[in-house]
Design a protein around this ligand. Structure first.
Ligand code: AMP
Length: 282
């Protein structure tokens, strides 16, 4: 990176200001606009689109390698490589500024954005009427099994899900569901953790789970918190923040396998047992 950067001739910027300005424009504005359009076309929120375009408003060392290759293969004049180097260096320098502009724009767009489901969490969310209930965070592979069991038992519970599709499905089934990221204070507050009996965190991400544990424990010292983890470190992390029980998925899978092995061996044993009896009878 440094050695290729040393090939940069600073005077090329002064010698050829317009080609340099055009290169910088393509990198900072052109590339970002293309990224913005793609992200918006995929129906992601404008704040996400702006953040991604800011992240792409520069070029890095890979462009140096391509430029060098282009020159070596006689596909690119040396002047082209200098422009790319200048564009890379200046676009990297400008990047913090681009992020500052995006932050400012995102703050200004906050008002219209609140109409979108992801920004809805910025509005005060009405707190559930449930008391002595279970809060279930995540209704995926793990949470749906827990939630369906609670639903069958008619136990009072409320699900928090980041997926609006899932929330719509749960509501259709008559299950109280809240759309949003449970790690956000406004979302978690709406689940009434202070009045809840238990909290089941069935999401795979331990960092977010930790934030949820911390806030729920602060709101209710007596709430039972059961969380999900995927490593010993995550178990320690979540317990350290106040979870009562942390179930590590991988360990439970291994336990299930061992149980099946034992059951299989026992079955083989019982299959052999009558044979032995037959032998002895014979
Ligand atoms: P799975 O890994 O299949 O159990 O799915 C996890 C579920 O949790 C998915 O349906 C996600 O949409 C949901 N989820 C993940 N993180 C959060 C969060 N912070 N708040 C609410 N729901 C979440």
């Amino acid at each position: 990176f440094v050695s290729v950067g040393m090939l940069f001739d600073p005077l090329s910027v002064v010698r050829e200001p317009w080609p340099f300005a055009a290169t910088l424009f393509v990198i900072v504005v052109g590339k970002s606009l293309a990224a913005l359009l793609i992200v918006v076309l995929f129906r992601h929120p404008m704040a996400t689109a702006l953040m991604i375009s800011a992240s792409l408003a520069q070029i890095g060392e890979f462009s140096f390698i391509l430029a060098e290759l282009g020159v070596a293969l006689n596909l690119l004049p040396k002047a082209g490589r200098d422009l790319i180097l200048a564009g890379a260096i200046f676009s990297i320098m400008l990047n913090p500024l681009v992020f500052a502009v995006v932050d400012w724009l995102t703050a200004r767009l906050e008002m219209p954005q609140t109409a979108s489901p992801t920004a809805a969490t910025a509005e005060p969310i009405p707190v559930t009427d449930l008391q002595d209930h279970t809060i279930l965070v995540g209704y995926g592979r793990v949470g749906s099994i827990v939630g369906d069991a609670l639903h069958q038992r008619n136990a009072p519970f409320l699900a928090v899900e980041a997926s609006d599709d899932m929330v719509a499905k749960l509501k259709q089934r008559g299950i109280e569901a809240l759309m949003g990221n449970a790690a956000r204070a406004s979302v978690l507050r709406a689940t009434n953790p202070a009045g809840a009996r238990s909290l089941v965190i069935a999401i795979p991400e331990a960092f977010e789970a930790g934030q949820i544990v911390e806030q729920a424990r602060a709101a209710n010292a007596g709430i039972q918190i059961i969380a999900r983890a995927h490593s010993d470190a995550e178990v320690d992390h979540l317990k350290g923040l106040g979870a009562d029980i942390v179930i590590m998925g991988e360990r439970e899978i291994a336990r299930g396998m061992i149980e099946e092995l034992d059951r299989g061996h026992a079955a083989v044993g019982t299959q052999h047992a009558p044979a032995a009896r037959e032998d002895s009878a014979a």
